[in-house]
Ligand binder design. Structure first.
Ligand code: B12
Ligand code: SF4
Length: 506
């Protein structure tokens, strides 16, 4: 008989309503029917460490797999991995996810994480489990997408091509449902009352120099077929009465044909949806395509506008295909079609001197105001540039030369300043001074009061009018400093800043 020997743990990622934990679901699919495993969701459990310890004691666990993205998940991932290793030194701890892959050196140096899965774990994880259960590590180097330490060096095995997602095992939703009923994950959002989260593709074909996806997928992308996505969405509609879907793909709109086919398949189903894409890619879609997508329920697209400055777009490796003019034209086009463009901007990129940094921030602020004028419905998300370790990239080289370094110890990532770094709120980059961060934050406060986000259903009617009234003079006089009166309202109503909770739960 197979024993339950693996735990797949999703550390707590947010305080708001929780998303279905697709990362551990997909890893679960890779070992489903082969090994017994338990899901533990730190988002739902009140005391997840106790649950983990009890399972380890009672179920002969040998492997604990954790998915780890930067930010809040580290608060459980780091101390829990350490505690498990201390209490049960024989357990093998495996980390996967964006933080683990991008920061593998500090993770493996901690002494309590044994292996890192670098990118998709669908083939690598079952093979690694087999090696661990047999205690035969002679062929580790032949397992693709694996990183481990050996004799004082890090071994990074070959990257496999992205798996054909249509051929992978389906997600073991029933298994998750046994411990964590699926309806608890169907959040109320601006799109609907029961929003389902779905991930339909891996990677991204682009190479933006600030992006954590690039070192993992090296400009590769592969997705499920439109029929399969529609089938899964409709199954969820039938089973759980979902009325909306958030697509969690890095770049849902990469393949036009797939998006158009999917739209046709769900056109009559009354399901609202949202996804992330590129302006230059979607700009190539015809008006007919976009109108079809709108009719099929597409409410809003998250788009990396980044900046209106073509030189900075080039520095971000986004130039050439995306320009400031195109960003403006696209906002207008989306206004006509009736799909909300949700533009994210990255402010605070490195520059040669302080004056240029200030100048660029001011230019970006002006550009955002222009976008709002062109299409006031455009949602604006402002991030402060937080470096990612894209080894070999020119930008990463430049920021290291300017004195930026990542923490040397895993536990340093738990400090509030590195947490803020992860949340892209305070990047700890040497060229950004307090005055720059204040300028960006104050502008954002005024902007979000003058244009409250459409995704926050708490700010409607009188509240919206009041917010607009108190911020009117500041927005029009471009006076953003010390917006204390706006912050008071924010404190009382706790209205949402667009980037605050990732996506759009209550
Ligand atoms: C859903 C999501 C969230 C959810 C939480 C998810 C959860 N686990 O509970 C929420 C909304 C809370 C969230 C928050 C944040 N997120 Co987030 N999130 C995502 C998103 C869109 C999807 C993740 C997912 O489910 N993927 C689907 C699964 C199947 O893919 P996967 O995770 O890559 O898993 C595969 C492999 O990586 C590997 N693997 C992963 N884990 C494990 C574990 C083991 C044991 C093994 C063996 C293998 C393995 O195998 C899997 C199957 O092949 C990703 C982007 C993306 N498309 O992945 C961003 C992403 C991971 N998030 C990111 C960030 C930065 C954040 C934030 C920290 C910051 C922010 N402002 O957005 C916030 C934190 C805010 C907060 N208050 O909590 C970045 C990470 C970038 C980086 N620098 O590393 C990403 C990549 C988005 C992006 N492109 O910038 N996020
Ligand atoms: S298009 Fe988006 S996901 Fe792709 S590399 Fe650029 S920022 Fe990353």
């Amino acid at each position: 008989m197979k024993q339950s020997r693996i735990i797949l743990f999703n550390p707590r990622s947010a305080d708001a309503k929780h998303r279905i934990p697709n990362s551990i679901l997909q890893v679960g699919a890779s070992i489903h029917g082969k090994y017994n495993y338990n899901f533990v969701d730190g988002n739902i459990e009140e005391n997840p460490l106790e649950v983990l310890f009890n399972l380890i004691k009672n179920e002969a666990i040998e492997i604990v797999g954790m998915t780890v993205m930067p930010g809040p998940q580290l608060k459980q991932a780091i101390p829990f991995a350490k505690a498990i290793k201390q209490q049960f030194p024989k357990i093998t701890i495996v980390w996967g996810g964006y933080f683990a892959s991008n920061q593998y050196k500090v993770v493996l140096n901690s002494g309590y994480v044994d292996f890192v899965i670098n990118g998709p774990g669908d083939t690598a994880f079952p093979l690694l489990c087999e090696a661990i259960f047999k205690q035969d590590f002679s062929n580790l180097s032949s397992i693709h997408n694996l990183i481990y330490a050996q004799d004082g060096t890090f071994i990074k095995t070959k990257k496999e091509t992205i798996p054909n997602m249509d051929k992978l095992n389906e997600f073991p939703y029933e298994e998750l449902n046994k411990s964590y009923p699926i309806p608890n994950y169907l959040a109320k959002t601006f799109m609907g009352n029961t929003t389902f989260s779905y991930h339909s593709s891996f990677g991204c074909p682009f190479t933006c120099s600030f992006c954590a996806v690039v070192p993992i997928y090296n400009a590769r992308w592969k997705g499920l077929k439109a029929e399969r996505i529609a089938k899964d969405v409709l199954n969820f509609k039938q089973q759980y009465n979902i009325d909306a879907v958030e697509f969690h793909d890095n770049n849902f709109f990469t393949a036009r044909k797939r998006v158009v086919e999917f739209s046709k398949l769900i056109e009559k189903e009354n399901i609202a949806w949202w996804g992330e894409g590129r302006i230059d890619t979607i700009n190539k879609y015809s008006d007919e395509d976009l109108s079809l997508m709108k009719r099929a329920g597409l409410k809003m697209i998250f788009l990396g506008a980044e900046t209106g400055n073509d030189e900075v777009l080039k520095q971000m490796d986004k130039g050439g295909t995306q320009t400031g003019q195109q960003i403006k034209d696209f906002a207008k086009r989306m206004g006509k079609i009736g799909i909300i463009p949700e533009y994210s901007f990255v402010l605070g990129m490195p520059a040669d001197d302080d004056k240029k940094v200030t100048q660029q921030i001011n230019e970006d602020i002006e550009f955002i105001r222009t976008i709002k004028k062109i299409n006031p419905n455009t949602e604006i998300i402002i991030y402060i540039y937080s470096p990612v370790p894209t080894e070999g990239s020119e930008l990463y080289q430049q920021i290291q030369e300017q004195g930026f370094h990542f923490p040397k110890n895993l536990e340093d990532w738990l400090s509030p300043s590195w947490e803020n770094f992860d949340l892209r709120k305070n990047p700890l980059t040497p060229w950004l001074k307090k005055k720059h961060i204040d300028r960006i934050k104050n502008f954002e406060t005024v902007l979000n009061a003058y244009y409250p986000t459409k995704t926050d259903f708490r700010i409607r009617g009188i509240k919206k009018h009041l917010l607009r009234a108190i911020s009117f003079w500041r927005y029009h006089l471009k006076f953003y400093a010390y917006p204390y009166e706006i912050k008071v309202f924010h404190k009382i109503w706790k209205y949402r800043q667009p980037e605050e909770q990732g996506f759009y739960s209550e």
